[in-house]
Design a protein around this ligand. Structure first.
Ligand SMILES: Nc1ncnc2c1ncn2[C@@H]1O[C@H](COP(=O)(O)OP(=O)(O)O)[C@@H](O)[C@H]1O
Ligand SMILES: [Mg+2]
Length: 255
């Protein structure tokens, strides 16, 4: 009973293959209310496929996905966004020819619910205030009128997260948000993610940076070759021989 009420997302026996390649093999895991769950594993482990399946971009071959007590296994991504599941992408996806502020405005909650209202019509104070507060939080307020395409890499990554939060999601997936960032940017980002945590019920973060994961994650799940190979407290999991082996067995993170 307790377990059910505590988990915001419950995934059971999730599998996904691409032409004979098994990307996910019977993955079961839960995301607990209030936590930051870290998802680690060498490249090709299936982390992004997992996010793509859970957020409705890919259909699973088998398994069930339960979100907030509701079976969402077969719902498409736009329906899941409306229900409160947001994500960022491993490869940044911004509206490069729109301004930084517009990128956040089009993602605000009302827009998700009423996609046909124009951005201009919504250029009203309450939306702008909310969007600007987000930009402030992500240290982008002074660049509100820049084209998103003109942002530096680390800034673009931060804007992606601000945009995802604009839809007021309850569950946020971050797919390698610190990829390509230097140490200082990564540290700053960790702080920003920590503060964003108060705006959502739970965060699932994919990241190779061990220091960042130790700092951020309440729990870690490690995947290798489409399987879950470890789960638990970060310090315990990172000390597990099979986890170390999984990382040493490859050339390490390539991005
Ligand atoms: N759309 C796709 N079509 C075919 N194979 C895919 C597709 N997406 C991912 N894969 C394969 O699934 C495996 C897991 O990929 P992925 O989840 O992206 O790994 P990672 O853990 O690095 O995020 C890889 O072998 C990858 O090539
Ligand atoms: Mg990936």
């Amino acid at each position: 009973m307790d377990e059910v009420s505590q988990s915001i997302l419950a995934v059971e026996g999730l599998s996904k293959s691409f032409r004979g390649l098994t990307a996910l093999e019977s993955i079961s895991l839960e995301v607990i209310h209030g936590e930051i769950l870290g998802l680690m594993g060498p490249n090709g482990a299936g982390k992004s496929v997992f996010v793509n399946v859970v957020t409705g971009f890919y259909r699973p071959d088998t398994g069930t996905i339960n979100f907030g007590g509701r079976d969402i296994t077969h719902l498409p991504s736009y329906a899941l966004a409306r229900l409160g599941i947001a994500r960022t992408y491993q490869n940044i996806r911004l509206l490069r020819r729109m301004t930084v502020l517009e990128n956040v405005l089009v993602a605000t909650k009302d827009h998700v619910e009423q996609p046909f209202r124009s951005v201009l019509a919504r250029n009203q104070s309450s939306f702008v205030t909310t969007a600007l507060a987000l930009l402030e939080q992500f240290h982008l307020a002074d660049k509100r009128d820049w084209l998103a395409g003109a942002l530096a890499y680390g800034e673009a990554r931060r804007l992606e997260i601000a945009r995802a939060l604009a839809g007021k999601p309850s569950l946020l997936f971050l797919d390698e948000p610190a990829a390509g960032m230097n140490e200082q940017e990564t540290e700053e980002l960790a702080g920003t993610i920590r503060s964003s945590h108060q705006m959502v019920e739970a965060i699932v973060i994919i990241e190779h940076d061990v220091a960042m994961m130790r700092e951020l994650a309440d729990r870690l799940v490690v995947m290798d070759s489409g399987r879950k190979i470890a789960e638990g407290r970060p310090n315990d999991v990172l000390a597990q021989p099979n986890v170390i082996e999984a990382y040493l067995g490859t050339d390490g993170p390539d991005d």
